[in-house]
Design a protein around this ligand. Structure first.
Ligand code: MG
Length: 115
């Protein structure tokens, strides 16, 4: 399983095999996604900023981060599938829009300001 469409299909099959699609309405999936983002944030929330790049590469924490990132990805894919959103195309459009909105010549090294 190596691309977004294939992962999406595997997730759909996983859900159908367990008759879980009945629980996969957009609201429930969005909440599940937020919950997994929370689990990811929880792993990082009290780590001191100084030295964090080394800490997140320590084996045990890095494995846990990978697990929560995977949970986030899988719920994101499932939500996009239920919403009939082509996530690859949507992400591509968004990247193009961001490139136009934040030209590198203007924003290089500068954090975007809130608008
Ligand atoms: Mg999780």
């Amino acid at each position: 399983v190596s691309d977004i469409r294939e992962l999406t299909d595997v997730m759909r099959h996983f859900s159908e095999e367990r008759d879980w699609t009945q629980f996969h309405d957009p609201k429930s999936l969005a909440l599940a996604l937020v919950g997994e983002v929370g689990e990811l944030a929880e792993l990082l929330q009290w780590l001191p900023v100084t030295g964090i790049e080394d800490r997140v590469r320590e084996a045990a924490l890095n494995q846990r981060l990978g697990e929560e990132l995977a949970d986030v990805l899988l719920y994101l894919l499932r939500l996009a599938d239920v919403l009939d959103v082509d996530l690859t195309a949507a992400a591509d459009r968004k990247l193009q829009a961001n490139a136009a909105k934040f030209p590198a010549s203007t924003y290089r090294g500068k954090a975007p300001e809130r608008s």
